[in-house]
Ligand binder design. Structure first.
Ligand code: 1MF
Length: 188
């Protein structure tokens, strides 16, 4: 994955636990703290190792960390120069989820090693959505839960339900998320 992902993990950990904890996590993952370059592609194994090492160091399940990371990603990218990209992706929750494939193809034009997942979202009305997620990678559906939660906040929505239905596949991962949101009064 692009270094941007590893940098976002670093930022989340440093903000919440400090840079010494991050240094422990990098060491635990068995990688030199070379400092990740956002625009450079890294093997996925580095990202998985960082998450596993963080889970061990923090005594938290990896899935829980992935979910927190997903939520953080929507804020992180908005503040790290991708605000325009996110804005162009849609003015509503459902629209954004349906435009994610386009967002990824736009990024992929300049960064050909991007291996984005695919999302398709059906608006079922009354705040209900059916979101299909298909990825080349395994084990990241907890991150998608967090991404959806972060996205709901972005549109001043409360995520009242998120149920995941895994779909059997040979490789990679596929799941269907049943979502329900309702609008909240934005915090001033
Ligand atoms: O293959 C990749 O390197 C990769 C990296 C990030 C693929 C996808 C993503 C984004 N995606 C992460 C979860 C991946 C799970 C999986 O592979 O199954 C999150 C998608 C997403 C979902 C909901 C809401 C918002 C989302 O993301 C918005 C987004 C997506 C991609 C980028 C930014 C925001 C992005 C931008 C630049 C990138 C890489 C990704 O690379 C560069 C390019 C230029 C300079 C620096 C980095």
């Amino acid at each position: 994955m692009y270094g941007l992902v590893n940098k976002a993990i670093e930022d989340l950990i440093c903000q919440e636990y400090g840079s010494r904890v991050w240094a422990d996590i990098v060491e635990g993952a068995g990688h030199e703290d070379e400092g990740f370059v956002s625009m450079a592609p890294y093997p996925d194994a580095i990202t998985y190792d960082l998450v596993a090492s963080a889970a061990e160091r923090l005594g938290a399940p990896a899935d829980q960390l992935l979910e927190r990371f997903g939520e953080f990603w929507t804020l992180y990218t908005a503040s790290e120069g991708y605000g325009g990209l996110l804005q162009a992706a849609g003015r509503s929750f459902g629209e954004f989820l349906n435009n994610l494939d386009q967002l990824h193809s736009r990024v992929g034009l300049s960064f050909p090693e991007l291996a984005p997942p695919s999302f398709a979202c059906e608006d079922l009305g009354e705040g209900r959505y059916r979101l299909r997620y298909r990825s080349h990678r395994e084990g990241l559906s907890p991150m998608v839960r967090g991404l959806v939660r972060g996205l709901a906040k972005r549109f001043d929505l409360e995520l009242v339900r998120i149920d995941v239905e895994p779909v059997a596949r040979e490789s990679g991962e596929e799941s269907v998320f049943h979502l329900q949101v309702r609008s909240v009064v934005p915090a001033s």
